[in-house]
Design a protein around this ligand. Sequence first.
Ligand code: IMP
Ligand code: MG
Length: 470
Amino acid sequence: MQTNKMLENVQTIAIIDNQFGDTGKGKFSDYFSEWADIVARGTGGNNAGHTVVINNKKRVFHLIPSGITHKNKINILGNGMVIDLKVLTQELDELEKENISYENLMISEDAHVILPYHISKDKKKNASQKKGGIGSTGRGIGPCYADKIARRGIMIRDLLDKNIFNQKIEKVKERYPNEEIDAEIILKELEPFIERIKPFIRDTISLIHDFKKQGKKILIEGAQGLLLSIEYGTYPYVTSSDCSINGTAAGVGLSAKDVDLPLGIVKFPYMTRVGAGPFPSEFDTIKSEKYCAAGYNILTELKEYNIPYTEENKNIKYNHYHENIIKLMNSDDPFLQGVGIRLAGDEYGATTGRPRRTGWTDLLLLKYAVGINGPNIILTKTDVIRFAKEFKFVVGYDNLKSFKRDLSILKNSKPKFKTFTGFDEDISEIKEYNKLPESLKQSIEFIEEFADCKVRIISVGADRNQTVFK
Ligand code: IMP
Ligand code: MG
């Protein structure tokens, strides 16, 4: 594993997302899992989705950290998470099918539990963008965290004591007058799942403190992205946890200051957002936001733009550099350009299949993210824009000097760009920074200067060895 000097004297790393999610955390969680003894996740639930390759098969996991595919690592679902037991059990089944051991899994007794009434409320209120919802993933995340903050949440440990569970459910009932909530029925449904996870329930907060003292190497795996954080994101168009370095560390029982190397991931030079909410650098934002909410998926787009594809076991394959995609990417119509980048980057939700909205990477956002998550940056998906005649970054807005979370300003801001010449070379096999195309290097140095950050790694392909250290 090539890590140059980056990991000297480092005991704890966090992989966090500096944009709106989906920047490719999975690849780097997997990459650094090899180094770590402990892999821990601190926020969110099955709203997240990371693709993991097991026995040459692609699997999407929502809860279990990527470290599970590496032998003898301890994997922790931390206190800051919200856990749907049924989904967790399904993931354990998948692992079993593939003969992957999960005996070192630990589930925090302090994590909160997503229950059926959370999901039903989320689907009714938040999921549909067409009905004015924020376009949540509909997994019950928001209502579950709302109950946590309102002090009526059900924690993992409560599942182990029927009396406590019943008492707590009584409190919940007042809050959900329109739901039929019956403690007996809920417990009965959950019983097989509870039995299944019981052996793994731990006081993970104390344990992680012990691990730290013992000098064990810890990888904290983030979820979602900074701009979706309840604390720093484009509120109210956010998820309900703090997915910054602060919430992510807190969610595993540590403090951000315990993290020796927080690595913030940035998709480059384009970025994406799923669901509703401001995305000032989006290609043709008005048309694109509506279009992406309308229920299209990857197949609709492949057919619409005449891109040949094959489909096997739900695995859709196509040439990401197909001439029609390159044409779209270089189109004068920003909406079509956005479609082209989406197809080139295969930007469709791992959890919901929704098309992701696309735009050039916003360096004002990056500057803001660096202020919170720190200066160390990983750039991902750089290979996607191969054959683009030019690529750009947003370096300012007509009405905004630095990023702020004021929706009325963000809605009306007009971006200013810095443009770089594109490249046609295949960069996916490059291993040394110096060999990257000149304009790409110039652009990397430009963003370091602009956002006062340090680019440590450039990802030039999906594979773990398609990784360039700077
Ligand atoms: P929720 O987390 O399901 O409540 O959804 C709130 C917002 O966060 C919606 O706009 C979702 O699309 C977005 N979101 C939640 N999880 C992810 C993720 O893992 N990647 C990208 N967007 C996400
Ligand atoms: Mg994802």
